[in-house]
Design a protein around this ligand. Structure first.
Ligand SMILES: [Zn+2]
Length: 470
């Protein structure tokens, strides 16, 4: 029997988990967490709709939480095989899974304390799903394999990873099942990146496949071209510096922060922005940047050319400062001069960015730069929607700083980019494209565009639905 089943990221964009059944071998492609409403997410993340011990092997496409965050639980519940990924993905996944273990321990400890102080019947304390030891146990299953190096996962099942161009180390997976006349090739895009992203390479073309499982996050949206991101950034910084203000950038610790550092480095060297101090104020971003520094094998030709190994790191220049201690972070509030502050969390839902917003959101000289996706009901979304009043730590603040949104930053292909990438494949063998990792409207739009392009069969996978591969 040969089949694919979507156990997550079906009609939604989190919880990626796909089962590939290939002649008796069961292989799990990604094991991410569901994100969203707290109780529902917790329920969906606390167990698996399959037996982890039945899996021969797993593949981790990249180190985002919604693709790797449940591997510790998988290992805890009996998974015994290898987790194959690139070496950069293994390192980023280690950071992200460990961070998740710490957040779970912190949140549940905090609620327990509240409950002891003032018991409330409605308060639900959710025990952490895994701890540091479970993360370490999962990491011992990881086997690092570089792009383009085939690896046998089970009898008659070989895997090759291809660069997905989404974040450092991100990979598409191509499986070859069986041999000779009855052989099949199946591709999984994981999260598909974009051309011309800084630091990392463009998405590769997959060799021909019979079936393709394709993401569809932005299946009905278009981004501004990546090429304008650096110019947009320079404009925002020049304007703010001229007003004597500071540029406050909420940013995800992994990938977006390193892209910003890379662009700021280039703008600084070219003299295109005034020489302001730049503070990366996030311990997680500092750790992630160290991982970027350790993986030059993932850089594109431009990065390798502009920052040769002996010529200094893309992630270091004289006005750039990494801030780890909380004391140093607080001292930034007293700085009188214009500066640039990059801090987490990316959607302003917690972390040090909140302190910077408390001190900066009501000063008309400042700019708050939105460079990432802001989910509904987050402070980041309220700022992006240009509300004039926001609540931070429960207190009201009027928004007088300028809020500027840069749409050019995105690590996901938009619908035209997905269609163009699929069209670049040799589709003569292609029997079907299965869409995952998208909301219903995005998936319907992308499906129509792919059919228009001449793809014969495009299906949207429902959660738990198996499709047979013939
Ligand atoms: Zn991703």
């Amino acid at each position: 029997m040969r089949a694919i089943t979507a156990f997550g990221a079906a009609g939604e964009v989190t919880g990626s988990k796909h089962l590939l059944e290939a002649d008796g071998a069961r292989i799990l492609v990604d094991c991410g967490v569901f994100q969203g409403r707290r109780e529902e997410a917790y329920r969906k993340n606390s167990s698996f709709p399959f037996d982890p011990a039945s899996m021969a092997a797993a593949v981790n496409s990249h180190g985002h939480l919604d693709h790797c965050g449940s591997y510790p639980l998988l290992a805890k519940k009996g998974f015994a095989g290898d987790i194959v990924s690139t070496s950069a993905t293994r390192d980023l996944a280690a950071l992200v899974m460990m961070d998740s273990a710490h957040i779970q321990a912190h949140d549940s400890g905090f609620l327990e304390k509240q409950q002891r102080k003032r018991p409330q019947p409605w308060r639900k304390i959710m025990a952490p799903l895994f701890d540091e030891r479970d993360v370490n146990a999962a990491l011992r299953h990881y086997v690092a394999v570089d792009y383009g190096r085939p690896r046998q996962l089970a009898d008659g099942v070989a895997l090759t990873l291809y660069d997905a161009g989404h974040i450092l180390g991100s990979a598409m997976a191509r499986f070859e099942i069986g041999a000779g006349g009855g052989g099949l090739a199946v591709g999984f895009t994981g999260d598909l990146g974009r051309r011309n992203m800084p630091i990392i390479r463009d998405p590769e073309t997959l060799p021909p496949v019979d079936y393709l499982v394709c993401e569809s996050t932005y299946g009905d949206r278009l981004h501004d071209p990546m090429e304008t991101a650096m110019d947009d950034l320079a404009e925002a910084i020049k304007g703010t510096a001229a007003r004597g203000g500071r540029v406050i950038i909420p940013s995800f610790a992994v990938e977006r922060t390193q892209e910003l550092i890379y662009f700021l480095h280039k703008l600084h060297d070219a003299g295109r922005i005034p020489s302001l101090p730049v503070y990366v104020d996030s311990p997680m971003a500092v750790s992630a940047t160290a991982i970027f520094r350790a993986h030059p094998e993932c850089y594109d030709a431009e990065t390798a050319r502009d920052f040769p190994f002996a010529g200094g790191s893309p992630f270091a220049f004289d006005s750039l400062h990494y801030v780890t201690s909380a004391d140093e972070s607080k001292k930034l509030n007293d700085l009188a001069m214009p500066c640039i502050i990059i801090a987490s969390s990316g959607m302003c839902e917690g972390g040090r960015i909140l302190h910077h917003l408390v001190h900066g959101v009501s000063d008309p000289r400042n700019t708050i730069l939105i460079v990432g996706f802001m989910a509904g009901h987050t402070l980041g979304r309220a700022l992006a929607d240009k509300l004039t009043q926001v609540k931070i730590f429960g207190e009201p603040y009027s928004v007088k700083a300028r809020v500027k949104i840069l749409n050019s930053f995105s690590a996901h292909a938009d619908w035209k980019e997905i269609v163009s990438w699929v069209s670049s494949l040799d589709t003569r063998r292609l029997k079907a494209v299965f869409l995952v990792h998208g909301e219903p409207a995005a998936q319907a739009h992308l499906k129509a565009r792919l059919l228009e392009k001449g793809i014969k069969r495009v299906e949207i996978l429902a959660e738990g639905e198996s499709v047979e591969l013939r």
